[in-house]
Design a protein around this ligand. Structure first.
Ligand code: KIV
Ligand code: NA
Length: 279
């Protein structure tokens, strides 16, 4: 498989073929996503919850993102890789943002960065793009700003709200983003924004009219114990947690009953040697 570049993504967008994106947070989760032929792999700051057990994304720091980006990059032969700039690593100044973006690229070995925010982040996007680093925008529901938004709520449900999401998407496009994530906005709004932009929109909870889709891998593959809350937009395509639980449970009972290891899992010793060793 040839490495996906920004030109490949541009080509998919031009021929209106949906761009596929999924998150990964370590070597195995990136390896399987790459093997499945994903166009893009995102090292999202959602790894704070799904890989590190943190309460929300605001807890994860740049150094942790870099470590996870590097393990994902090692496993990714084909997909285009994007790393999230975590909260606190880019808001203070465009200089801080460029510094953090350069570290994610140089140390994390991904191909692009993503950051949350619209109109207010446009100058920051410009600075990073000028440093030669491709940027993915992220507007609509921006989880790093959950305290300002009043929780995880659908954005752009009113005319005024929809206009704000459109303005944000436009602003990051004009600032030089090569793609933009639209999270949790009504399908009609996302479709309209997609038509108005000249860069691909990657939707999550944004309906079928976007230029591509992204999901959190742990959510879509069902790699979590039963009873976990899932947002409406998640479709669970697998049951990885149950598979894993059943494998480990079987291993446990076979060790307890001495069914494992069986002779075929065991290194034999030649009889003669054994006889001498045993005497
Ligand atoms: O962190 C993440 O996983 C994301 C996607 C949901 C877009 O930002
Ligand atoms: Na994120």
């Amino acid at each position: 498989r040839k490495k996906t570049t920004i030109n490949t993504l541009q080509f998919l967008y031009k021929k209106q073929e949906p761009i596929t994106m999924i998150t990964a947070h370590d070597f195995p989760s990136a390896h399987v996503a790459d093997a499945a032929g994903m166009d893009m792999i995102l090292v999202g700051d959602s790894l704070a919850m799904v890989a590190l057990g943190m309460e929300d994304t605001s807890e994860v720091v740049l150094e942790e993102m870099i470590l996870h980006c590097r393990s994902v990059a090692r496993a990714t032969k084909g997909a285009f890789t994007v790393g999230d700039l975590p909260m606190g690593s880019y808001e203070i100044s465009p200089e801080q943002a460029v510094d953090s973006a350069i570290r994610i690229i140089k140390e994390g070995r991904v191909q692009a960065v993503k950051l949350e925010g619209g109109v207010e982040m446009a100058p920051t996007v410009e600075h990073i793009v000028r440093a030669g680093i491709p940027v993915v925008g992220h507007v609509g529901l921006t989880p790093q700003r959950q305290n300002t938004l009043g929780g995880f709520r659908v954005q752009g449900k009113t005319t005024l709200g929809a206009l704000k999401v459109l303005e944000d998407a436009m602003a990051v496009q004009e600032a030089g983003c090569f793609a933009v994530v639209l999270e949790a906005v009504p399908a009609e709004v996302a479709s309209l924004i997609t038509k108005k932009l000249r860069i691909p929109t990657i939707g999550i909870g944004a309906g079928n009219g976007c230029s591509g889709q992204v999901l959190v891998q742990v959510d879509m593959s069902g790699n979590f114990p039963p009873g976990r809350f899932l947002p409406k937009f998640v479709k669970q395509y697998g049951d990885v947690w149950s598979e894993s639980l059943s494998a480990i449970s079987n291993y446990k009972s076979e060790v307890k009953s001495r069914a494992y290891p069986a002779p075929e899992h065991t290194y034999p010793m030649p009889d003669q040697e054994l006889h001498e060793f045993d005497s």
